[in-house]
Design a protein around this ligand. Structure first.
Ligand code: 5GP
Length: 191
């Protein structure tokens, strides 16, 4: 019988370059790692495809799925709902696959609480201090003082996960290449 697989959760504060790293992992491992599709109520963005990273659903459909206990975990983030489908993840772990999903902090905390320890690996992407992140966020798009303060407060909570994660990947300015190597190495060692 094949040995059990694992769920790898990748967690990173906003602005830490997680999207680029995950894209790299997807291209590198192609069919070797499963990337489950989450559900969200947020609007689809230009360039995104339904069923690629997310299934885009109405709040009504999402709530129905909550009631049906369809999600392993779900959370509200910036006014939208996000959830990981339970069955897809357990099915792949039982089949011996490596499953990788990025989640925000509530999802990371719930999954750490809910999943058996031996089924789970957590990775924290460390892009530095709040000041470093603020610079990156502001370079991407101007934000109001209020929105920045919201992000700062969120960051204070998010950074607490760093001490709990199994692996911390440093992805400060200029470290993208070494961060890419590091995440590939971690996943290769799990296979
Ligand atoms: P975005 O809207 O920018 O794609 O994602 C917003 C946040 O939602 C990110 O921090 C992302 O990691 C998180 N996220 C994406 N999918 C899920 C999920 O299935 N569950 C939870 N809890 N968070 C998710």
């Amino acid at each position: 019988m094949a040995s059990r697989g694992k769920l790898v959760i990748v967690f990173a504060p906003s602005g830490s370059g997680k999207g680029t790293l995950i894209e790299h992992v997807k291209n590198h491992f192609k069919d070797k790692v499963v990337f489950p599709v989450s559900y969200t109520t947020r609007q689809i963005r230009p360039g995104e495809k339904e069923g690629d990273v997310y299934h885009f659903v109405s709040a009504e459909d999402f709530k129905e799925k909550i009631n049906e206990e369809f999600f392993l975990e779900w959370a509200e983030y910036s006014g939208n709902l996000y959830g990981t489908p339970r069955d897809e993840i357990t099915k792949h772990i039982e089949a011996g696959d490596l499953v990788l999903r990025e989640v925000e902090i509530q999802g990371a905390n719930s999954i750490s609480r809910l999943m058996p320890k031996e089924d789970l690996i957590s990775i924290y992407i460390d892009a530095g201090s709040w000041e470093d992140l603020r610079r990156r966020i502001e370079a991407r798009a101007p934000l109001s003082g209020e929105e920045l303060e919201l992000r700062r407060r969120r960051f204070e909570k998010e950074i607490l996960f760093k001490d709990e994660a199994d692996f911390v990947i440093s992805n400060k300015d200029g470290e993208l290449e070494s961060a890419q190597k590091h995440i590939i190495e971690i996943i290769e060692n799990l296979q």
